[in-house]
Structures are given as structure tokens and as C-alpha cells.
Design a protein. Structure first.
Length: 188
């Protein structure tokens, strides 16, 4: 089959603008795409629910409310099933049970981690509050401009608020862990 530049819908200066190699690649790509379309000569239908198919007859497509796609490029991307999900779905339907000893060890580790985080946050908060000095921190040498000082004070106040919220959240989490541990040990 012979193709003319006008049939390929390429601007005449494609080869000048894109360079000879890129222009040749573009022509090859278009010829390949048109060759695939001409080889099958089956109409592609777009059906409700974003279903694209060429396996329907014209009558079936009309009955299902499908429309013919004329000259529109179609890209098909095949989905990939993530690794490891098949084993879980083929199981008995309930999650894996963890032995009580393993769960106690996990809870103990979690408590240790939360307590360490809480100590770290409380130390950082105490240091920051000492530096903040109830909203009157000492001026630094480069803060001759009052606005620069105020900006630093506002940032410190926001950081104190964030640290206080972190401490409160960690304490809540530890309390919840304690409640969960006591209800688990009593069999509730």
C-alpha cells in the first residue's frame, strides 16, 4: 500500500521540524497503526460501562447500545494482579489467628515503642517550652527587626502546640493499649 503525506495527516514540514530520524519513526508508527486497522477491518464498539470490543455483530452492538468507534486510537492496558493477594483470597475467608503469646509480645513491643516516643516528645516539649519562656523568648543577635522576632515567636508557639498535641495523642494511645490489654487478659 502506498501512503502519501496527506493521507497520513502529517504536516508537510514534519521532517524539517522533527529531524529525519524522528520523522521517519513517526511515519513508521503511523503505517504500523494503519496496517493493524486495515488488517482486521472489524469495527470496534464502545459499549456502556466503558467496554470496548470487536467481538459483536452490528445487530448485537445496536441491541446493547454500543457505538462504533471510527478512526479513534484505542490503547488496551492489561491489569496485573498484585503478588501475594491470591493466597489470602483462596483461604478460608477468616484472617489468620495469632497465638496469644505472639500477641502479648507484639503488645509489649508496641507499648515500649510508644513509651519511648512519649519520653522523646516530652523532652522536646520541655526544651521548647523553656526556650519559648511563656511567649517572651530571648532575642537573638540577628533579630533587630521586631517582625523577625515576632515571626520566630509565632513559629515557636505553633511548634509548642504541635508537641503538646503529639504528647496527648501518645498518652491516649497508651491508655487505649492498656484498656485493650486488660480486656484481652480478662477475656472480655
Amino acid at each position: 500500500m502506498a501512503y502519501h503525506l496527506a493521507e497520513l495527516a502529517l504536516p508537510r514540514d514534519t521532517f524539517k521540524r522533527a529531524g529525519w530520524c524522528r520523522g521517519l519513526a513517526a511515519v513508521a508508527l503511523l503505517l504500523t497503526a494503519q496496517g493493524v486497522v486495515h488488517a482486521d477491518d472489524k469495527p470496534v464498539y464502545r459499549c456502556p460501562g466503558n467496554l470496548y470490543t470487536d467481538a459483536l455483530t452490528a445487530k448485537e452492538a445496536q441491541e446493547k447500545g454500543c457505538k462504533t468507534l471510527d478512526g479513534a486510537p484505542i490503547t488496551v492496558i492489561q491489569s496485573v494482579i498484585p503478588k501475594g493477594t491470591g493466597a489470602r483470597t483462596t483461604g478460608s475467608g477468616s484472617g489468620e489467628k495469632v497465638s496469644s503469646d505472639d500477641q502479648k509480645a507484639r503488645d509489649t513491643d508496641r507499648r515500649k515503642i510508644l513509651e519511648a516516643e512519649l519520653r522523646k516528645e516530652e523532652e522536646a516539649l520541655a526544651t521548647l517550652q523553656k526556650e519559648y519562656n511563656n511567649g517572651q523568648p530571648d532575642r537573638k543577635g540577628d533579630e533587630r527587626n521586631y517582625q523577625k522576632y515576632q515571626d520566630r515567636v509565632n513559629e515557636m508557639k505553633a511548634e509548642v502546640t504541635r508537641r503538646e498535641a503529639n504528647v496527648a495523642a501518645l498518652k491516649r494511645e497508651l491508655a487505649n493499649l492498656g484498656n485493650a490489654g486488660s480486656s484481652a487478659s480478662t477475656g472480655k
